[in-house]
Design a protein around this ligand. Structure first.
Ligand SMILES: C[S@@+](CC[C@H](N)C(=O)[O-])C[C@H]1O[C@@H](n2cnc3c(N)ncnc32)[C@H](O)[C@@H]1O
Length: 207
């Protein structure tokens, strides 16, 4: 049994690592790579991939001569069809927004329509949602620069964790990165990753 529990910019140390290290590195990569591909592999109701999309646009606003935003794509998948429907709508209640959304991002990237907050089109076009079961083969999705598989594998058996870490490993570029939940670790399930500290957050590179 899993829950759909999620937040905007979940975990402060992780959000800082994204803003200070991971997203700047991906924007730098986009200067030379044809595409920068990101996968939010258990995206629940969309807060995780939309948070990443907002951080990318923020970084593009900051740097001189930014690469085109069309270089970035975020695939966001989840097992739950209802979570995917809500995420794809890009429409959130006041309660959902109150759980982690930054005031300046609310101002910049949402439009209020009655009681509902709608994600701006420039953010929505970056993210493609699809229902997908992590127990299926990953090959159809291709190779990614950055995979987020956060706060989901904790619910899986050791054998399934082994299989899924192995599939993620094979779906990452050599210089790619994996993000998992703060209480999770691939240790004991695979030797295929090395830990990289970014600020106070641990991320993982394929070996
Ligand atoms: C606790 S939420 C985590 C959401 C987000 N990654 C975060 O950290 O905020 C776990 C999500 O994993 C999804 N999930 C559970 N089993 C899955 C599976 N076999 N394949 C894909 N997604 C799954 C659930 O539907 C739920 O939305």
């Amino acid at each position: 049994m899993t829950t759909n529990e999620t937040l905007w910019f979940r975990d402060d140390s992780f959000a800082s690592a994204m803003g200070d290290h991971v997203i700047p590195a991906l924007v730098k990569k986009a200067r030379t790579a044809p595409q920068v591909r990101i996968w939010s592999a258990a995206c629940s109701t969309g807060q995780e991939p939309y948070s990443i999309a907002m951080l990318i646009l923020e970084e593009l606003r900051k740097v001189e001569t930014p690469p085109p935003v069309s270089k970035f794509s975020i695939l966001a998948t989840d097992l739950s069809p209802s979570a995917i429907v809500l995420a794809s709508s890009g429409r959130y209640s006041q309660l959902a927004i109150s759980r982690g959304m930054r005031p300046e991002f609310l101002e910049r990237y949402f439009k209020k329509n009655g009681m509902v907050y709608e994600v701006a089109p420039e953010i929505r076009t970056l993210v493609k949602f699809q229902q997908f079961n992590l127990m299926s083969p990953f090959k159809e999705h291709g190779i990614f620069d950055f995979v987020l598989c956060r706060n989901v594998l904790i619910y899986f058996s050791d054998e399934l964790k082994r299989q899924i870490y192995s599939k993620i490993h094979d779906g990452l570029q050599k210089d790619g990165l994996l993000a998992i939940g703060a209480s999770e670790s691939p240790r004991g399930y695979t030797n295929g990753f090395q830990q990289v500290m970014m600020g106070s957050a641990a991320l993982y590179r394929p070996i």
